[in-house]
Design a protein. Structure first.
Length: 151
């Protein structure tokens, strides 16, 4: 009886290992995929930071459909700068509600992002990841990735 189970167990183990190998290959392909330089991408929208944030506050579902995964130029005054490892994140904050947009810079553009100061009027180009309401903070937030200062 034990011999009858063994070939079935071997096949199951081989199938499991093949699936793990395929999953690992897909993960590494996605994780190591090079993104194009945002500086060279064409923007789908150019917006004012506060108006943009308020659009998400009014209806984040519609705003996400409109802006998510698109390259956007956002113009506004730097409200806050957060140091993160070797780079910085820049925030535009709507002071009336506390809602904010936060921009994560590409490695090759981190140095120029570090030159920005609170109160500076800047234009940032990035890929909008979308917005959501933070249950903990009670405010809307919009995240961007692959950002660069737009000059």
């Amino acid at each position: 009886m034990a011999k009858a189970k063994r070939p079935w167990l071997k096949r199951l183990l081989i199938a499991f290992l093949v699936l793990v190998g395929i999953g690992a290959a897909i993960y590494f392909y996605i994780a190591l995929e090079k993104q194009p330089d945002t500086k060279n991408e064409k923007a789908a929208f150019t917006v004012n930071a506060i108006d943009f944030i308020r659009e998400f506050e009014n209806d984040d579902k519609t705003a996400n459909k409109k802006y998510a995964d698109k390259i956007i130029i956002v113009k506004g005054m730097v409200s806050e700068i957060e140091a993160v490892d070797t780079t910085v994140n820049i925030k535009f904050i709507d002071t009336t509600s506390g809602a904010y947009a936060i921009f994560d810079f590409q490695d090759q553009h981190a140095a120029e992002a570090k030159t920005a100061r609170v109160g500076d009027f800047v234009s940032i180009k990035g890929s909008c990841s979308g917005g959501a309401l933070s249950e903990i903070l009670g405010v809307e937030f919009i995240t961007f990735k692959r950002c660069t200062l737009n000059k």
